[in-house]
Design a protein around this ligand. Structure first.
Ligand SMILES: Cc1cc2nc3c(=O)[nH]c(=O)nc-3n(C[C@H](O)[C@H](O)[C@H](O)COP(=O)(O)OP(=O)(O)OC[C@H]3O[C@@H](n4cnc5c(N)ncnc54)[C@H](O)[C@@H]3O)c2cc1C
Length: 400
């Protein structure tokens, strides 16, 4: 493993086979995980080998690239002007361009998976750092103009359909309206540093913060206190005034109190009895049929305006970049394809650089949370193919 070695070039021999890489050795610098480190070079390197595997990740940390490849036909009418960054800056897609430069085929560039529930991190690790909220179903979801999102675009339901809907409004953000009880119970934050109880494997902390606390996990409390997207008020009129104050800073849409009140009351009226046929109310009741979710993930059904459940909270939800579903085209052995449709000798691509395998093996409507599987699977295919190439089939069988 050679850390601080940044690849700038893929080397090929006279036959067109990939035989190594060339690049810069970057100055050593101790920075926390995910933070950008210096790009000052202290030297150069060249490494040669039997094959080259590109495992350099997607393009989600490179807003310029995300914008350039934005699928206006699917997610129009315009390219979003503002997005928060859900991945570190080093996920810049540079190696995909470098591979394309030596003749690799790159496909489905416009397939991307971005989220709609992004918070500006009040304590950022990388530039424009955004944190995704993994929401459960109770919050009222309004578009930038204050209109409720239609069924079944409820929190936690269908990421790409919601992204399409929000982009269709012509704005880059939407609003959650909830209260302290819902935020405490239903806001899970994505990212290891936002889940210290789980990453430290502390069962006591996990139970204390996620099951027994009425304020939610400490990282969620910190966001409510410090996050610039949050407005916390005791009544709806003040809440809408607070949302408008936030909009005044960003030149966003000013909301009409009476229109928001109508939406909130329409939602709340569906919680007069447990037999409501409102789709969101049914979703909440159904989610609570699974006892672990009932205990830790989904708040008891209630009216947002019921003061017993704490102050009201409005959250501006930004678009957040994350995954690259297209990329370097490969065959089933993770062998990169050339633009003429033939395999590129010695060059392999795996993980997000190859759209989780193959140049988009998951398709466009991927299944949430299954991306790492594609990284590992395509890596395994590349490893096996290279061993077979180097040792031959018999050698591979001996190794297995
Ligand atoms: C907060 C967060 C939560 C996520 N949650 C989930 C989840 O729940 N489930 C799921 O399936 N997926 C999840 N993902 C996505 C998943 O983590 C990524 O898709 C996966 O890590 C991609 O793996 P990779 O090896 O292809 O690329 P990466 O993990 O991005 O690694 C690429 C590496 O290549 C290096 N590199 C890039 N260019 C060069 C170069 N020119 N020279 C040298 N080195 C280079 C980078 O520094 C980096 O170390 C999440 C991602 C984030 C950010």
């Amino acid at each position: 493993m050679r850390f601080r070695h940044c690849v700038d070039e893929i080397l090929t021999d006279e036959s067109g086979r990939a035989v190594g890489v060339k690049g810069r050795i970057l100055q050593d610098e101790e920075v926390p995980r995910g933070q950008s480190s210096t790009r000052v070079a202290t030297g150069e390197f060249e490494i040669r080998g039997a094959a080259v595997i590109i495992a350099s990740g997607g393009i989600g940390g490179n807003l310029e690239k995300v914008r350039k490849n934005w699928p206006i036909d699917r997610l129009g009418p315009k390219v979003p002007a503002t997005m928060v960054m859900g991945v570190p800056a080093h996920v810049d897609g540079r190696m995909i361009d470098i591979a394309e430069g030596v003749g690799a085929s790159v496909i489905n560039k416009d397939r991307m998976w971005h989220y709609t529930e992004g918070l500006k991190n009040w304590d950022p690790i990388w530039p424009g750092h955004g944190i995704r909220v993994l929401p459960a179903p109770s919050s009222l979801w309004l578009d930038a103009t204050g209109k409720r999102l239609p069924p079944f675009l409820f929190p936690g339901c269908d990421t790409l359909a919601t992204l399409k809907h929000i982009c269709g409004t012509g704005y880059d953000y939407s609003w959650f309206i909830c209260n302290r009880t819902i935020a405490a119970r239903e806001f899970a934050l994505s990212g290891s540093e936002q889940n210290p109880d789980i990453t430290n494997k502390s069962i006591v902390q996990t139970l204390r913060q996620r099951v027994f606390s009425s304020n939610g996990a400490v990282p969620v409390q910190n966001f409510i206190k410090h996050g610039e997207d949050f407005v916390v008020k005791d009544n709806l009129e003040d809440l809408v005034a607070g949302m408008n104050e936030l909009m005044a800073k960003t030149d966003g849409v000013r909301l009409d109190y009476n229109a928001i009140k109508e939406e909130v009351e329409a939602r709340d009226s569906q919680f007069d009895n447990p037999y409501s046929k409102d789709a969101q109310a049914m979703l909440i009741n159904m989610a609570r049929n699974y006892w672990p979710d009932k205990r830790s993930r989904v708040a008891p059904p209630h009216k947002l305006l019921d003061k017993k459940y704490g102050p009201l909270i409005a959250v501006r939800m930004n678009l957040l970049t994350r995954k690259t579903l297209g990329g370097i085209e490969t065959n089933l052995s993770s062998n990169v394809m050339r633009t003429d449709g033939t395999p590129f000798p010695g060059l392999y691509a795996v993980g997000e650089a190859a759209g989780f395998g193959g140049g988009g093996v998951h398709g466009y409507n991927s299944l949430e949370g299954t991306f790492l599987g594609g990284c590992i699977f395509s890596g395994r295919a590349a490893g096996r193919a290279i061993v077979e190439e180097v040792l031959g089939t018999t050698g591979l069988q001996a190794k297995l």
